[in-house]
Design a protein around this ligand. Structure first.
Ligand code: KIV
Ligand code: ZN
Length: 497
């Protein structure tokens, strides 16, 4: 039987520490519910002493969530622990996460005390937390740069004081995977009472090694991984939930498992990204836009012959409908033939050669070849809403104003206009566009990114719409983000066959 690795999600605590990503209580509840559906074991809901807002969020999340343990962070300070216990009063399953720095840096320069005093304060904090809850996790802050021998003494003392979980954070993301793995092994082999607690990893990504370090921790005996969705967190972020879950799922030889329903990974990733206004980088493992798209000819040919030639994970396993083959100047005949077939063209060799030649000429001028381009290449005259183009956009919005938008869209050479209201300018404009088209579309993803810094920046919008079970992508760029959004929406709709 595979051994379980506990997934401790700290998106709402360490993840939320990212500047500009703060959520309100309602949004935090929405994320917590998505994490519960995803199947995480522990949700770190906040740091209650840090602000009344955080306190309130822990209270409300405790009320809203049933299955996962709700955890609240504290320092090794009595008042913090009391406030955390109060915030957790409604949690069905609760945990206090208390701790203190154990590295020479933290002891000498941050806390300005002695190692013996730290040891006492650590054990006292755990004992005090035990008065309120049974489940107490202890973190040895900056354990990554702490001396193993001293760390082992601290861990032994806190387990004696009642800690159920001992967290070994690589707070600064400094450790090498070998080094972090050896640290966990050292604790397993040298802390006499280690069998009474679960060892937890908590790695930061400053050197891009958070996932590797976490895996080395697990391989060496840790059975809880502290992670965030999309790897968000302080500085370069924390270990990504999706990476750990999919590594464990893909490497059967590790004989490990998690309770996460991987098919909900993509939707949870997008929910967190949208609510936190934190776009996921395109090449992000598992959840990036390009994680399952293929653009080089050799790879496209290989994937079309057998997906597993170039994909170690079936995208369906993480909630993505299918791998995508992006047609560019590097695409080969096989990819073009495949796309033509999807569009309903079954061509003979000569016809295919001819279209492929014209395809390459066009691809040299245009980054990506879309379905409409292919139809033009085949000489087919498109019937219906072929070239949609935004010609006019007028929006009224602002505080206390009802958002209203008028759009003018060129459809097959003729301009049609429509006016609609909505809960914001974008909703109003999208509704007005929908009035002009005959197809039913659902907005699946909507992402606005600034290209550089500054209020005069260009806004870049990515959109995904769904029509009859298929996804269509649209892009728009403009200094006016509402215009960019409507252009992206129209771009996606124009791609519908
Ligand atoms: O990185 C860290 O050390 C932490 C602790 C507070 C657990 O986030
Ligand atoms: Zn951290």
């Amino acid at each position: 039987m595979d051994e379980k690795v506990i997934i401790f999600d700290t998106t709402l605590r360490d993840g939320e520490q990212v500047p500009g990503c703060q959520l309100n209580t309602i949004e935090k509840i929405e994320v917590a519910q998505a994490l519960e559906a995803l199947g995480v074991d522990v949700i770190e809901a906040g740091f209650p002493i840090s602000s009344p807002g955080d306190f309130n969020s822990v209270v409300e999340i405790s009320k809203a969530i049933t299955t996962p343990v709700i955890c609240a962070l504290t320092r090794a300070v009595k008042k913090d622990i009391e406030v955390a216990a109060e915030a957790l009063q409604y949690a069905k399953k609760k945990r206090i996460h208390t701790g203190i720095g154990t590295s020479p840096f933290h002891i000498q320069y941050k806390i300005r005390t002695t190692p013996e005093e730290i040891l006492k304060r650590a054990a006292d904090a755990v004992k005090y937390a035990k008065k309120f809850v049974e489940d107490v996790e202890f973190y040895a802050e900056d354990a990554g740069r702490s001396e193993n021998e001293y760390l082992a003494r601290v861990i032994e003392a806190v387990i004696k004081a009642g800690a159920t979980v001992v967290n070994i954070p690589d707070t600064t993301g400094y450790c090498l995977p070998e080094e972090y793995g050896a640290k966990i092994r050292y604790l397993k082999e040298n802390v006499p009472n280690i069998g009474k607690a679960t060892i937890s990893t908590h790695c930061h990504n400053d050197l891009g090694m958070a996932t590797a370090n976490t895996m080395m921790g697990i391989i060496n005996g840790a059975r809880q991984a502290e992670v965030t969705m999309n790897g968000i967190g302080e500085r370069a972020g924390n270990t990504s939930l999706e990476e750990i879950v999919m590594i464990i799922k893909s490497h059967h030889n590790l004989k490990l498992r998690t309770e996460v329903n991987s098919k909900l990974i993509f939707s949870t990733s997008r929910l967190v990204s949208t609510l936190m206004s934190m776009p996921v980088q395109s090449n992000k493992a598992i959840v990036g836009r390009n994680a399952f798209s293929h653009s080089s000819g050799i790879h496209q040919d290989g994937v079309l012959k057998n997906r597993e030639n170039y994909e170690i994970i079936d995208p369906v396993e993480v909630g993505i409908r299918e791998s995508s083959i992006i047609l560019t100047a590097r695409s080969g005949r096989a990819a073009l033939k495949h796309r033509l077939e999807l569009l309903g063209f079954n061509l003979g060799k000569e016809e295919l050669d001819d279209i492929y030649h014209r395809f390459l000429l066009l691809a040299d001028k245009k980054k990506e070849i879309n379905d409409e381009d292919i139809r033009i290449l085949t000489g087919e005259v498109f019937q219906g809403e072929k070239s949609l183009k935004l010609e006019l956009l007028q929006v009224t919005c602002g505080k206390s104003a009802i958002p209203v938008a008028t759009v003018g869209v060129k459809i097959n050479g003729e301009i049609h206009t429509s006016t609609a209201s909505g809960n914001g300018p974008i909703d109003a404009a999208f509704t007005a566009v929908k009035h002009l088209i005959s197809k039913t579309v659902h907005l699946e993803e909507f992402l606005i990114q600034a290209i550089t810094k500054g209020s005069d920046d260009l806004g870049k919008v990515h959109i995904q719409v769904e029509h009859q079970g298929k996804i269509y992508y649209g892009f728009g760029t403009n200094t006016d983000i509402i215009t960019a959004s409507v252009e992206a929406f129209i771009d996606a709709i124009a791609k519908i066959k």
